[in-house]
Design a protein around this ligand. Sequence first.
Ligand code: SF4
Ligand code: SF4
Length: 157
Amino acid sequence: MSKDPIDRAGLAPRFWERKPLQKMNPREWEALCDGCGKCCLNKLEDEDSGEVALTRVACRLLDDATCRCTQYDIRHQFVPECIVMRPDNIHEHAYWLPQTCAYRLLWEGKPLYDWHPLLSGSPDSVHAAGVSVQGLTASEFETPEEEWEDYIIEEPT
Ligand code: SF4
Ligand code: SF4
């Protein structure tokens, strides 16, 4: 089993079922991320309809093998537009988050999937379940923005 880059040790069992998102402390909040990497794919949003299409062109900092940000702590030095989700802004972002994203699921009052590392106990289960972007992405550097439409994909769920 890979080492979990997110520290999920010692958290209360199933805390997300008892605590609303707004009451979570920073460790609990971070532990909700399943590591799928899907929020790090570039999206195309239709200005008129508001529809969001997912592409497999990944942010330049995403590691396609681990599905993690390679510079998470200092990422804003390289990608200033990277959105920091917090309990007080999740309502603005839930609509574009992937359908399986834990933040979106809990915001919509839905349970987590059993492959979530908080339930499976392993960071690998998200990849084994086929819901991550592992091995799926194209490079932002090698894919001009005008071609992104050719890279639209269905969300892996
Ligand atoms: S989509 Fe949600 S669960 Fe997946 S990596 Fe992004 S924040 Fe984490
Ligand atoms: S900067 Fe890091 S966290 Fe932000 S979108 Fe890029 S890879 Fe994801």
